[in-house]
Design a protein around this ligand. Structure first.
Ligand code: SF4
Ligand code: SF4
Length: 502
């Protein structure tokens, strides 16, 4: 709008009123040489500030894109091999046949940890602990939230997908609905854009596209319900070329209650959303004439695929750290034979390096499953470095030979069973798990250029500002009040899973 066109509206501008009352009128104000000079300096300063601000904003936006990295993954070829699905803890504890085959795994764990833990009974015991309505986070209402979170997977007969069961109704391998005619995109960029647009419609907060990489696929696959090996070549319906990766957010206030049962409400919902969204995107691809299968934690390791798709970096807690949400996301994958796409590449925001000096997740972990920074090699090596990891056979569940942080998933699972629910304290406590405020994005943007000696101080500042505390009953009380104001939510702060209350 031009000045002339603004006309009478200008007088109603409160800023104009302030200047006018100060100078009597605008003409008088501009007649005064000192004021003219002041205004000139202010105008120059303001323009400079605007240019400086715009440049800073541009630099911050550029920084949030991350820096492409060409050294991921760093692999020791002498040790590395594709991971056998049967060696994933949640798969192992869900299979009677595997437990009968490997009694030494239970025996060794119990002997070293001084426990009498029943691995197979544990997964059933977990959700049958009685509630206590006098204990915030462990009440009937918290259990009901958790149960409701799992409902979509249960109704779809696909609950097993959370424990790596492949070919469930939601993530079916059936390709009989693939259209005969194949839609042709005019460019790879158009194809990628279309897939990501569809992913957003279905509720993904981020979507990246990676080449299929056999290093990250479980091999062999394992059908837990029928206790049999599955082969990519003989059993999987097609040869995948591409893996689309989507991130589904978990609610900030809800996850903050960890390790209370409340937190599993959003984690369980995350699993359900993984199944629903992956199926929707697979169906979208099938409708365009391409074969596709959705997957949650099954088929392959989700974290390296998400890193390959440029969505984040690996954290000390073993999770994906995504810019803006940290580890507070669930990852789903869609395997497809469609390959006329612009692939994404791994990027860095300096988050894995930050983990070297942080360790808040390890401090919060109730089962000591995550190595602290001062541990051997900082817990950042080709081999696990936590207690008992040098016992022969103890690390059967780890994927060896990758430069990454290793944790002890056996201890983690043991705590879940004792707790009566999954935990998520390593997600809630993470320095990168923050509400969706602009200043958190700014800190994210400058992290790559922040000297590493400041990282430890930044990690300490996080709880000092009230973030990341776990095992606090007040969080559950607070969570159940966080729905207040949801009708008006002017900042749309729950777009990445926070109600703007914390
Ligand atoms: S989920 Fe809980 S027990 Fe498991 S590693 Fe994370 S903090 Fe530790
Ligand atoms: S809490 Fe700290 S060390 Fe742990 S994953 Fe988050 S940033 Fe890394």
């Amino acid at each position: 709008m031009t000045e002339e066109a603004q006309g009478p509206e200008q007088s109603s501008n409160p800023d104009t009123d302030v200047i006018a009352s100060d100078g009597g009128d605008q003409g008088g104000l501009l007649d005064n040489p000192e004021r003219r000079s002041f205004l000139k300096r202010a105008a120059i300063g303001g323009t400079g500030a605007l240019i400086g601000g715009a440049a800073t904003y541009g630099a911050a936006m550029h920084s949030l894109q991350g820096r492409p990295v060409d050294d991921y993954p760093s692999i020791d070829e002498k040790i590395f091999k594709p991971k056998d699905q049967r060696d994933v803890v949640l798969n192992f504890v869900s299979s009677k046949a595997l437990n009968q085959k490997h009694p030494e795994r239970n025996e060794q764990y119990n002997r070293l940890q001084n426990k009498e833990f029943d691995w197979v009974a544990g997964i059933k015991d977990m959700y049958s602990k009685p509630w206590d309505n006098s204990k915030p986070g462990y009440t009937q209402m918290d259990r009901a939230l958790q149960k409701a979170g799992w409902a979509p997977l249960n109704i779809a007969g696909s609950r097993g997908s959370a424990n790596l069961q492949p070919d469930t109704p939601l993530n079916s391998w059936d390709q009989s609905d693939v259209e005969q005619e194949q839609y042709q995109f005019s460019s790879k960029q158009d194809a990628s854009n279309a897939i990501k647009s569809a992913a957003r419609v279905f509720g993904a907060v981020k979507c990246g596209i990676a080449r299929r990489d056999k290093r990250w696929d479980y091999d062999p696959l394992y059908d837990i319900e029928n206790e049999k090996e599955l082969s990519w070549e003989k059993d999987f319906p097609f040869e995948p070329k591409t893996v689309i990766v989507i991130l589904t957010p978990m609610d900030y206030d809800c996850i903050s209650t960890a390790p209370a049962w409340t937190a599993d409400g959003t984690a369980a919902d995350g699993y359900s959303q993984m199944g629903v969204k992956a199926t929707q995107i697979a169906t979208f691809l099938q409708g365009m004439g391409y074969q596709a299968v959705g997957a949650g934690n099954d088929l392959g390791s989700s974290v390296p695929y998400a890193i390959m798709a440029g969505l984040g970096e690996g954290g000390r807690n073993g999770a994906l750290l995504a810019p803006g949400v940290g580890p507070r996301v669930r990852i789903a994958k869609i395997y497809t034979d469609f390959d006329f796409v612009e692939y994404d590449e791994p990027h860095s925001w300096g988050m894995t390096d930050f983990c070297l000096s942080c360790g808040k997740c390890a401090e919060a972990c109730p089962s000591d499953a995550i190595p602290l920074p001062e541990d051997k090699n900082g817990g950042y090596a080709y081999e696990p470095s936590y207690e008992f990891s040098d016992e022969p056979g103890y690390t059967w569940n780890n994927h060896h030979g990758i430069k990454k942080f290793y944790s002890d998933a056996k201890r983690c699972y043991n705590f879940w069973v004792e707790n009566g629910s999954a935990c998520a304290a390593c997600i809630a406590s993470c320095t990168f798990n923050e509400p969706d405020y602009w200043h958190h994005w700014f800190i994210m943007a400058i992290n790559p250029v922040t000297p590493s000696f400041l990282h430890a101080a930044m990690a300490e500042a996080h709880p000092a500002f009230g973030y990341g505390h776990t095992n606090d009953p007040k969080k559950a009380v607070k969570f159940w009040k966080s729905g207040e104001g949801m009708r008006v939510n002017t900042g749309m702060k729950n777009n990445i899973g926070t109600s703007n209350k914390s």
